[in-house]
Ligand binder design. Structure first.
Ligand code: G
Ligand code: G
Ligand code: MN
Ligand code: NA
Length: 255
């Protein structure tokens, strides 16, 4: 209950910030994008993890306001980087969107408005939704179609963890699969994990989705993931999520 009241406060008094985790193209290690991840700087508790407050905010509906802020801030930042750094011109910025936020009437209009105001090209934005959030749900489906109509990318996050039907993939207008990091974690040791990683990559290729493997921490994992055909990678091996100033240094250093 405390947290709910404090969340309401946090929205009003600007206690959220975004950090950005690089995403690289595996074949040449080029920096091609980032995922925006929210942080709550609580006045007395310090940094509160989204794992703690996002589920609460989803239950209370506060996620709609928090998510709207995150979307605006991420797009504003991405547009700034594009103006400042040639290496960032074709970036993709991933923004996590909760199921409840996606299903809010007018969500696609909100996204269109943010793109217009920030002057970020639609193709530079990737909306990340989890499989569970969009599973066989008419409203989600409509929202995703409207987003694709704008030209934004649509990624299925934490892919492989939910019991979604593969048939869903055929009707779901996604552009990108993000293999959940649990499959990367033990890919070098557990045969069954690498079987899933292999299947997801093959599916991505067959259905012409791009593929991102999350949670890459070692060179060995990177090599295996690359050999399976993943195009993009994300993980501590490349970089932890960074505050905007440090992320700007990476854009400045990139060719
Ligand atoms: O960065 P970190 O490991 O702390 O993120 C934990 C979880 O919080 C991840 O599942 C991530 O998708 C989620 N998350 C981070 N930022 C946002 C956000 O802006 N909106 C939503 N809905 N989820 C987020
Ligand atoms: O659920 P989602 O994929 O949106 O969230 C990404 C989460 O994964 C973030 O909380 C981020 O901090 C975390 N993460 C990113 N790279 C790594 C990694 O290499 N190892 C681990 N353990 N977590 C990671
Ligand atoms: Mn994500
Ligand atoms: Na994920």
């Amino acid at each position: 209950a405390d947290l709910i009241r404090e969340l309401a406060q946090a929205i009003e008094s600007d206690q959220f910030s975004l950090v950005y985790q690089p995403i690289v193209r595996l074949d040449d290690m080029a920096l091609t994008g980032v995922e925006a991840l929210i942080r709550w700087n609580h006045p007395s508790r310090g940094l509160v993890s989204p794992i703690e407050f996002i589920p609460i905010a989803e239950r209370t509906g506060q996620i709609v306001a928090i998510g709207a802020w995150a979307l605006r801030e991420a797009c504003r930042q991405a547009a700034d980087w594009r103006r400042e750094f040639p290496s960032a011109l074709n970036l993709t910025i991933g923004v996590n969107v909760a199921g409840r936020q996606l299903r809010t009437p007018g969500f696609a209009d909100e996204v269109r408005g943010v793109l217009e105001r920030t002057q970020l090209p639609a193709a530079c934005l990737s909306i990340e939704v989890t499989e569970t959030a969009v599973l066989d749900d008419e409203e989600s489906h409509e929202a995703m179609l409207a987003l694709r109509g704008l030209g934004v990318k649509l990624a299925l996050d934490d892919f492989g963890t939910a019991a979604s039907s593969l048939g869903l993939l055929l009707t779901c207008p996604v552009t990108t699969l993000k293999l959940d990091r649990s499959f990367v974690e033990s890919i070098t040791t557990v045969g069954r994990q690498s079987a899933v990683a292999t299947a997801v990559s093959q599916m991505a290729h067959a259905l012409e989705f791009s593929s991102v493997a999350e949670g890459i921490e070692t060179d060995e994992q990177r090599e295996l993931i690359q050999s399976l055909g993943y195009e993009y990678g994300q993980g501590y091996l490349f970089s932890r999520p960074l505050p905007p100033e440090l992320m700007a240094d990476l854009w400045a250093a990139a060719p």
